[in-house]
Design a protein. Structure first.
Length: 337
């Protein structure tokens, strides 16, 4: 069986592209040892964290090794199985990377029920982004009715869910995104109270001034972006406000090894006795069943929006990763094989 693989070959110093990967065609041995499963990829996840792993220094992970398949979450279908837990035709979720086929141990896979929810949601609202959004907001952000929640990157996979969860919690929700199309999406489709196109502001001071006029103060700031937007928001944090750091994508595209100076946040933390907490989906991996129990009924009843941007074609994976840094996706970004 011919297997196509994107190998992570060169560390980018700026924008990532096809030159940082090598497309290999290999022959996959389809014979199975006990408890092994042969898989065909159908949906491959593209996520900002991949760009973190591609940097030289250790972050929350060791750097992604060169010369191996680019790691990623994948929704696959079972072609054959030597495990009692899976049979041909089953849909599964695994961390199988950017390749069209894979062979792995059954313990590395989670069975999916295609009748309960679209299988692609295992990489979105019912997967890592949904877990990050739900537990990150509800446990670190601790939203209360009547509070003001500001979400950066609010049209993305995590931000769009955080914004909706905030509305369900009774907050006034202000979303920041790049471009009029995304802002219309936040207002018209997600029902946010306000949507701000950060690209209309030349610097943090002008954005800060506008935000101050609009909201006065911020009780919860869920940050997916960092950079100029965070510089603008943090001085507006209210007494005992909560700042949740989910991501700093503005720094990933060549700036993570030598990041820009952060805003002088400590005085704001002191004056307002605010808290700031970083969160990762892995912090809540042991609570996946709880996540599914809460969110799956909302998915089935369509009480929440879980839009996807789907790119067709295995060959387009590196370019799809680039889309995250060009603001071309709304909701979860996937490549369909």
């Amino acid at each position: 069986m011919e297997n196509k693989q994107w190998i992570y070959a060169n560390r980018p110093t700026g924008r990532v592209g096809t030159e940082h990967f090598e497309l290999r065609h290999t022959t996959l041995d389809t014979s199975l040892a006990r408890n092994e499963v042969l898989l065909k990829a159908h949906f491959i996840s593209v996520d900002p964290y991949m760009r973190i792993q591609q940097h030289e220094r250790r972050t929350y992970d060791e750097p992604h090794p060169l010369g191996i398949v680019q790691r990623a979450g994948v929704v696959s279908r079972v072609l054959s199985s030597a495990s009692d837990h899976f049979k041909e035709g089953d849909w599964v979720l695994g961390y199988n990377g950017w390749q069209t086929f894979d062979k792995c141990h059954a313990s590395e896979l989670k069975k999916l029920d295609p009748d309960a929810a679209p299988v692609s949601t295992a990489l979105g609202v019912l997967g890592m982004p949904g877990r990050t959004a739900w537990f990150g907001l509800m446990e670190a952000g601790k939203p209360r009715p009547g509070e003001t929640l500001v979400v950066s990157g609010a049209a993305g996979a995590v931000g769009s869910l955080v914004a909706q969860f905030g509305k369900r919690a009774g907050c006034r929700v202000i979303g920041l995104a790049g471009g009029s199309e995304k802002c219309a999406y936040l207002k018209d489709r997600l029902g946010l109270d306000e949507a701000i196109d950060y690209k209309k502001f030349p610097d943090a001071l002008s954005l800060h001034t506008y935000l101050k006029t609009l909201v006065g103060g911020v009780d919860v700031y869920f940050d997916n972006v960092g950079g100029m937007i965070t510089d603008a928001v943090i001085p507006l944090i209210n007494l005992r406000g909560r700042i949740v750091i989910c991501g700093t994508i503005s720094q990933y595209d060549g700036g993570l090894d030598h990041p820009e100076m952060a805003p002088r946040v400590l005085q704001h933390m002191l004056f307002q006795r605010a808290t700031i907490q970083g969160i990762l989906a892995r912090d809540f991996a042991h609570r996946i069943d709880e996540q599914i129990a809460i969110l799956a009924p909302w998915v089935r009843s369509k009480e929440i929006v879980f839009d996807e941007t789907v790119v067709d074609g295995f060959e387009n994976l590196p370019n799809a990763l680039n889309m995250l840094f060009e603001g071309k996706n709304i909701g979860k970004l996937l490549v369909r094989i």
